[in-house]
Design a protein around this ligand. Structure first.
Ligand SMILES: [Mn+2]
Length: 466
């Protein structure tokens, strides 16, 4: 059995279902999964309803209905099969569409997961899309949604573009269908549809460019120096996607020159990016990265259905709602970032950490941690703890690092998984970004334990602390 066989088996199980319940995750990838699967399933005239959960755990399991529908778990479930077993679900009732590490389980639930086949850079929305396409070729109109899910889950980050089946099948389908536009050598930069040019450059810290990254005024002076017009005659700031191609070239070569002068490699300066040419210019819907942020904002304000409505084409009230959430989302993240920097982190040998208490929603703490990293010592992973409003006995832990540290042998998913299991908690995620829940009473010991595990990871890779 190969991955394609698993995709086929999943499609067959769906086609045979009388009715379906989709249980999906609230982030951009999970919201994309739900929009792809539920549209593909309704097109077959099978009744389908959806449930979103922040994560699948004993507390959220009761949201999964005990009816006769086929339960499709998307962007979650692989690592929580024993919860399904505890609920008494049979193999016939369950289909898992995921890209997370699978948990051993004595009942062989049907699962389609790209990870065991070595496709590490495809998200669950990618897998969902392949299943939808297997159900019916008309579903290739949903390829753009899968691109958003993949990019939202950082699948394009490490290689500066999507790779593997996410690139060769999904992006290609989107291009062929006409919904996705590939820009092969675009600037590796966030906010190209909505942010004034200088803010977009300043916001970018991968690669970190001295005098420009985290320095809006420096970026503005840089653009002025190289003669790029930054404002329209009416005073409106230009964004990257609308400036003339000659100006883009001028900016890229000036950045390259400056990086070379600093002795930096240029390998992360450019990236392949994915645009949606039919969306309104200067909106977050114009490219996969900003689109994904908007979906994440919906999820984090507990309105994943609003994100789903946008993916289905709603540009009215759902879109206005989402814009509002996006602005709030950004304001709170900015505030959290400032709090982390003002408060400062405690440094251990292999990590830096901070407890933000109950000041910020646990759903955005990870994002803030990732953004704070470039302003702190980015050679050490950051660990942030916060309270969990629903359960005062628990602490949520978020960790982030960067590609360079991952290359040196660090695997945050493994570290948090191992450490949290020792204290009766649970964790998951990826090498570069992971999270866990632990008992509040174990906080102090837990940080020390993670610090030691990271030390072992560095040692095993023979890289040590530099
Ligand atoms: Mn995912």
């Amino acid at each position: 059995m190969g991955f394609c066989d698993d995709v086929k088996a999943a499609a067959e199980q769906i086609a045979a279902a009388e009715e379906v319940t989709i249980i999906s995750h609230i982030d951009a990838d999970g919201i994309s999964c739900e929009a792809i699967l539920s549209q593909a399933i309704s097109r077959m005239e099978i009744p389908v309803r959806s449930v979103f959960v922040r994560q699948l755990e004993p507390l959220t399991m009761p949201q999964v209905p005990a009816d006769s529908s086929l339960k499709i778990f998307s962007d979650l479930g692989a690592g929580q099969q024993n919860l399904m077993l505890d609920r008494g679900f049979s193999e016939k009732e369950i289909l898992i569409i995921d890209h997370h590490v699978s948990q051993p389980c004595e009942r062989p639930y049907t699962q389609v997961n790209c990870l065991p086949y070595g496709y590490t850079r495809m998200s669950a929305a990618g897998v969902s899309y392949l299943v939808a396409k297997e159900l019916d070729g008309v579903n290739t109109d949903l390829a753009g949604l899968a691109v958003i899910g993949n990019v939202g889950d950082m699948m394009a980050r490490e290689k500066c573009g999507l790779v593997g089946p996410a690139r060769d099948i999904i992006v290609e389908d989107g291009v062929r269908y006409g919904s996705v536009e590939v820009r092969r050598k675009d600037l590796n930069c966030y906010g190209t549809a909505t942010r004034p040019l200088h803010l977009s450059l300043a916001y970018n810290d991968d690669p970190f460019i001295k005098g420009i990254s985290n320095n809006p005024e420096g970026a503005r002076q840089f653009l002025k120096r190289i003669g790029v017009r930054q404002q329209a005659p009416d005073g409106r700031w230009y964004v990257w996607e609308e400036i003339p191609v000659e100006d883009k070239r001028t900016i890229i070569s000036a950045l390259a020159e400056q990086m070379m002068a600093n002795g930096q490699k240029l390998d992360r300066l450019l990236a392949e990016t994915y645009g949606f040419p039919f969306e309104t210019p200067r909106t977050p819907l114009r490219n996969a990265q900003e689109y994904a942020t908007m979906l994440n904002a919906c999820g984090r304000w507990s309105k994943p259905q609003t994100g789903g409505a946008i993916l289905r084409g709603d540009r009215g009230s759902a879109y206005r709602d989402a814009e509002h959430m996006l602005n709030n989302h950004r304001a709170i993240i900015r505030d959290l970032l400032q709090f982390i920097i003002d408060t400062g982190v405690k440094e251990l040998e292999n990590l830096q950490w901070l407890h933000v208490g109950g000041r910020y929603p646990d759903t955005i703490v990870g994002i803030g941690a990732g953004m704070a990293l470039s302003r702190l010592n980015s050679s050490k992973p950051i660990l942030i703890m916060c309270e969990v409003p629903e359960d005062r006995s628990l602490t949520k832990v978020s960790m982030r690092t960067n590609e360079r540290v991952v290359e040196r042998g660090v695997d945050l998913q493994q570290a948090l998984n191992m450490a949290s299991a020792e204290y009766g908690g649970g964790g998951g995620g990826h090498r570069i970004a992971a999270g866990a829940y632990i008992p509040k009473t174990a906080e102090q010991e837990f940080v020390q334990r993670v610090n030691r595990i990271l030390g072992e990871q560095f040692a095993a890779a023979g890289t040590g602390h530099r």
